[in-house]
Design a protein around this ligand. Structure first.
Ligand SMILES: Cc1cc2nc3c(=O)[nH]c(=O)nc-3n(C[C@H](O)[C@H](O)[C@H](O)COP(=O)(O)O)c2cc1C
Length: 217
C-alpha cells in the first residue's frame, strides 16, 4: 500500500450513528428485507439493488462480484447473468452461495447465505425481452469470463450480432438467464455508536420457520 493510502486510513475514525433499529423484527426475514430495502430507497441509497455474491470455485477458492438483484420473489433473490461465466461454473460446482448488500448512506449491511438455482426459462425470457436492445446484443456478444484477444474482437462480435438480428427482435441466448438465491440465513446489521452495532440473525429451521436471534457486534 502507498504511504498516501495509509495516511488517509490513519485519520479515518468514522463512528456510526444513523439511528436505531425498529423494535420488532418480526419472524419473516424477507418481509424485514423488504422494509430495509424500502428504507434504503427512501434515503436515496445509491445502487441499493447491487449485491455482492460469493461463489465457491472447484479449486476451493471463493470469489465474489457485484450483480444486480432484479427481482425479489417469495422464494428469494433473483439476478441475471451468463450461464457459462466463472460464477456459473462455480454454481455448477456448489449451489452454496453468499450475498451481501451494503448500504453506506444508512450504515447498514444485509448478509445472506443460501442455495442457488436457475430460474424457470419463462422468467429469463420475460426479463430479457424487457431489456434494451443494446444489452440484449451484449449478452450475445460477450462470452463472459473467458479470455479475449482485444477490445476490437469484442466490438466485432457485437457488430456481428447487430447485423444478424437486424430488423428483428433479439432472442434470449440459451447461455443467458437468471438465478434465484433461496436464503437459509440472514444477518441484518445496523451501525451504532461505540461500535455496539446491532446484528439480528434469522436461521431457517427444518420446518421452514425462522429462528431469530441477536449476536454480538
Ligand atoms: C454495479 C454492478 C452491477 C453488475 N451487475 C451485473 C449483473 O447483474 N449480472 C452480471 O452478470 N454481471 C454484473 N456485473 C459484472 C460482474 O461484477 C462481473 O464482472 C461479471 O458478472 C463476471 O463475473 P464472473 O467472471 O465472476 O462470472 C455488475 C458489475 C457492477 C459493478
Amino acid at each position: 500500500m502507498s504511504k498516501e493510502i495509509n495516511d488517509i486510513l490513519k485519520n479515518d475514525h468514522r463512528d456510526f450513528d444513523h439511528g436505531k433499529l425498529e423494535d420488532n423484527f418480526g419472524s419473516d426475514p424477507i418481509k424485514l428485507f423488504n422494509q430495509w430495502f424500502q428504507y434504503a430507497f427512501e434515503n436515496n441509497v445509491q445502487e441499493s439493488n447491487a449485491m455482492i455474491i460469493s461463489s465457491l470455485g472447484e479449486d476451493g477458492f471463493p470469489s465474489n462480484r457485484v450483480v444486480y438483484m432484479k427481482e425479489l420473489l417469495e422464494e428469494g433473490f433473483v439476478f441475471y447473468t451468463n450461464y457459462t461465466s466463472k460464477k456459473a461454473q462455480d454454481i455448477e460446482n456448489s449451489d452454496k452461495i453468499a450475498a451481501l448488500f451494503f448500504w453506506t448512506e444508512i450504515e447498514r449491511q444485509v448478509r445472506i447465505q443460501g442455495l442457488v438455482k436457475k430460474v424457470p426459462e419463462e422468467l429469463s425470457d420475460m426479463y430479457f425481452n424487457s431489456r434494451p436492445r443494446s444489452s440484449q446484443l451484449g449478452a450475445w456478444a460477450s462470452n463472459q469470463s473467458s479470455k479475449i484477444e482485444s477490445r476490437e474482437d469484442l466490438e466485432k462480435q457485437l457488430k456481428f450480432y447487430d447485423d444478424k438480428f437486424e430488423g428483428q427482435s433479439v432472442p434470449r441466448p440459451e447461455h443467458w438467464g437468471g438465478y434465484v438465491i433461496q436464503p437459509k440465513y440472514f444477518e441484518f446489521w445496523q451501525g451504532r455508536p461505540s461500535r455496539l452495532h446491532d446484528r439480528i440473525c434469522f436461521e431457517k429451521k427444518a420446518d421452514d420457520s425462522w429462528e431469530v436471534f441477536r449476536i454480538n457486534p
